[in-house]
Design a protein around this ligand. Structure first.
Ligand SMILES: Cc1cc2nc3c(=O)[nH]c(=O)nc-3n(C[C@H](O)[C@H](O)[C@H](O)COP(=O)(O)O)c2cc1C
Ligand SMILES: CCCCCCC(=O)C(=O)O
Length: 366
């Protein structure tokens, strides 16, 4: 079968992944209203194409935190990728390396920081950080990422407590026994299990080991212990974006965590405009959540994002054929973005302007 869009890879993954893994990957929090809305909200945006603009030569490259990338689409951090393919994070990072874009490695990886660095030495790698109650463990992760050549620390700020995900509770999610969280030794590497009906092993792990007392003081602490630029992932309001910008944070990743934390938050693309308006000239802004097509990338850029990331689509690519599958997914979206640029009258990423996109009610008012 010819796979021509992300949905084809998603459908394939639904047929091949074991239930425990598939449910974990695909679920959102609670009733999954926000999960559906993450994708649907993109379809409430309309592109206003401009014509007769000589688009015979086009360039999708841009710069992010000083690094040149070939297109404004990267790979978001997702945990436990070896449940999708035996090479997990290493395959994903290699695909990002091939397409000269950014790979964000999760703290909760089934390949270690060092394994990913060795597998994809030339990829632009960022490290996603969860702050553990044990600050020495946290500091150890930061120092290892610095040593391994990672270019930024992405602090996830939307997970002080773990989201309620019905399927993981029903499945009593447990990490398959042949896998471990490769950045750790001891119980932090393996103790994702559940012994109680209706309880997910993930909630046990996070609610026991992650620091739920985090405040902006801890962001200042992080700034004081690393020389790497810091990106805050999970900001959804202008107020928090303003605090981050005032603190000199390098980047904000507008995200609702793939709608996995609390149902009822806005779609990421709905939250983007107020953040871009508040701090867009002071800090780099990125977005993830529901990006499934090149037109989504175009819309997010028009509304103020400098680049976007995808989470689940890369997992569906991994489940299809590892590194090659992720490359195919990246290539599909890249081709769609190139086509959108051309047909909208843009030759470069810098040509995408906010006037290129409006919310659907714009047309009802005319
Ligand atoms: C299976 C899965 C695991 C995830 N694990 C992490 C993680 O370890 N750290 C993190 O900051 N975000 C994590 N996320 C959230 C993603 O980084 C990202 O915000 C989200 O997947 C984007 O939405 P999308 O899947 O619609 O592209 C995870 C998301 C999924 C689907
Ligand atoms: C074993 C703990 C899972 C940690 C968090 C992974 C994640 O962020 C997710 O959304 O799932």
């Amino acid at each position: 079968m010819n796979f021509v869009c992300v949905k084809d890879f998603e459908n394939h993954a639904y047929n091949v992944l074991p239930k425990n893994a598939l449910d974990y990957y695909k679920s959102g929090a609670g009733l999954e209203t926000t999960l559906n809305n993450n994708e649907k909200a993109f379809s409430r945006l309309r592109i206003r194409p401009r014509c007769l603009r000589n688009v015979s030569k086009r360039d999708l490259s841009t710069t992010i935190l000083g690094s040149k990338i070939s297109m404004p689409l990267g790979i978001a951090p997702t945990a436990m990728q070896k449940m999708a393919h035996p090479e997990g994070e290493m395959a994903n990072a290699r695909a990002a390396e091939y397409y000269e874009t950014i790979f964000i490695q999760s703290t909760i990886s089934t390949s270690s920081i060092e394994e990913v660095a060795e597998a994809a030495p030339n990829a632009i790698k960022w490290f996603q950080l969860y702050i553990y109650n044990d600050r020495e463990v946290t500091l150890g992760l930061i120092k290892r990422a610095e040593k391994a050549g990672f270019k930024a620390i992405v602090l996830t700020v939307d997970t002080p407590f773990f989201g309620i995900r019905f399927a993981d509770m029903k499945n009593q999610f447990t990490l398959p026994p042949h896998l471990r969280l490769a950045n750790f030794g001891g119980e932090k590497a393996t103790k994702i299990n559940s012994t109680k009906d209706g309880v997910s092993g993930l909630n046990n792990y996070v609610n026991n080991l992650f620091d739920a007392s985090l405040t902006w003081k801890d962001v200042a602490w992080l700034k004081s212990v690393t020389s790497l630029p810091i990106v805050l992932k999970g900001i959804l309001t202008a107020e928090d974006a303003t605090i981050a910008a005032d603190m000199g944070i390098a980047g904000i990743l507008v995200s609702n965590h793939g709608a996995r934390q609390v149902d009822g938050t806005p779609a990421s693309i709905e939250a983007l405009p107020e953040i871009a308006y508040a701090v867009g000239n002071r800090v780099e802004i990125y977005l993830d959540g529901g990006v499934r097509d090149g037109t989504d990338v175009f819309k997010a850029l028009a509304l103020g994002a400098r680049m976007v990331f995808m989470g689940r689509p890369a997992l569906w690519g991994l489940a299809h054929s590892g590194e090659e599958g992720v490359k195919k997914v990246l290539n599909l979206i890249k081709t769609q973005l190139d086509s959108t640029l051309a047909i909208s009258g843009c030759s470069s990423i810098g040509d995408i302007k906010k006037e290129h996109v409006v919310w659907d009610n714009y047309y009802c008012k005319l």
